[in-house]
Design a binder for this molecule. Sequence first.
Ligand code: SF4
Ligand code: SF4
Length: 427
Amino acid sequence: MIDVLKKFDMDELLNCMHCGFCLPACPTFQQTGLETYSPRGRIALMKGVAESKLPIDEEFEHNMYACLGCRACETACPAGVKYGELIETAREVVEDTKKAAGRQSFGRRIVLKRLFMHPRRMKLTGRALWALQASGLQELASKTGLVQILPREMTEMQVAVDRVASPADRKKRTRVVKAEQRAPVARKVGLFTGCIMDVMFYETNQATARLLSKAGCDVVFVDQQQCCGALHAHSGEKADAKVLAKQNIEAFEALDLDVIVNNAGGCGAALKEYHHWLKDDPVWADRARNFVAKVRDISELLTTLPLQVTKTLNARVTYQDSCHLAHGQGVRKQPRDLIRSIPGVEYIEMENADGCCGSAGIYNITNFDMSMRVLDDKMNHVADAKASIVVTANPGCLLQMKKGIIRAGLEGRMEAVHIVDLLDRLV
Ligand code: SF4
Ligand code: SF4
C-alpha cells in the first residue's frame, strides 16, 4: 500500500490552491454541479488518498474514471497544476490496488494487454471488421434489429463508423511515399499511423501521406511502430504505456527522420509526453527527449510547408478542437489557419469550440450516459454555428461528431470530416 501511495506527486497536489477557476471549464462539473465531479474536488480526493485519510475504494475509482481527461482544467488553472499527470497517477493507483487484490476485470486485461499491445492483432481486428461490413452482415444486423444484442454503447457508436479499408486496398500501401515536388527545405517525415486510426481511418493516413508528398516531403510508414500508449496511460496502466513508448522510440530513431508526424490529437499528446513518462529511466530519458523534439501534429507541420490548396470550397465551416490537441499540445491556431486558407470557405468559430465533445478515448463506451450529455450540449453549439462542415483533428472526436449529427437530426445538412480528408479533397 505504501508503495502505491508514493506514486502521487505531493508537490503537484499541493500546487492546487482551491481557487475554483477550473470549475466552469470542466464538462463533468457543468453537467452535475458536484464538487467530486470537478478538477478541484478530484484533486482533494487524491490528496486525501495520498495522505492515507481516504480509502482507495469503489467511490474513489468512480470519481477518477468519471473524469473525461480532457485537460480543459489545465488551460483554465492559474497555478499551472498538471492535472493530466495527476489523474493518470490516480488511475494507476486504483489499478495497482485492484491488481493486488485480484479485482481487475478480465475484459479489461484482454483489450489493453492482448489487443492494443499487439499491432498484428489490431490489423486482424480491422480485417474482421471489413469482412463484417463487406459480407453485408453488419447492415443486415442493423436492419433486422439484431444489432440490439450488442451493448447499447456499442450499438450507438457503430452507426458512426465508416467503411473500413479492404485487405486489397491495404496491400497497395508503399512503405515510402516520395515527395512530388522538392520544397525549399525537403524533409524526411515518419508517419505515426496509430492503432485504431489505421484500422478505422486507414484512408486518412493515406491522405496524410499524399498531402505531405505534395508539400515536398518523403513520407515513411515506419515498420515496428506500436500503439502510442495513451489508452494505457489514461487507464492506469503506465508500465505498459512505457513499454510501448520505448518500442516506438526505437522504431522511429532507426530511420534518421527530420519529423515524426501524426494526425490524431490524442496520440500526439501522448507522443509528446514520452520524455515525462521516461524521465527517471537513465537509458531512455535522452532518447525520449530526442524523439519528442521531432513530433508534430499534421496541422503544425503543414502550416510550415508550401502546400497549395487549389480548389474552391463554397461552404460555411466550423472547427471542433480536439482536447488533447488544444489543451494537451497547445495547437489551436494552425488547424484554423489551414481551414481559412481554403479558397471560398467562410470560417465560423463556434461557441466553446475547445470544450470536450464527450468522446475522450473509450469514455463514450465506459461512461456512455455522461458522454451523451456532454455531446448533446456540444451539438447545440455546433448547430448554432449553422455550418455545413464541422472539421475535427482526432479520430475519436470525428466519430463522436458523426454520431452527434445523427442525434441532433442534422443529417443531410452538415457533415463531420477530418482536417486531412478535407484538405486532401482540395489540393
Ligand atoms: S480533465 Fe476535463 S473532465 Fe477531467 S477534471 Fe479536468 S476539465 Fe474536468
Ligand atoms: S484552477 Fe487550478 S489551482 Fe484553482 S482549484 Fe482548479 S486546479 Fe486548483
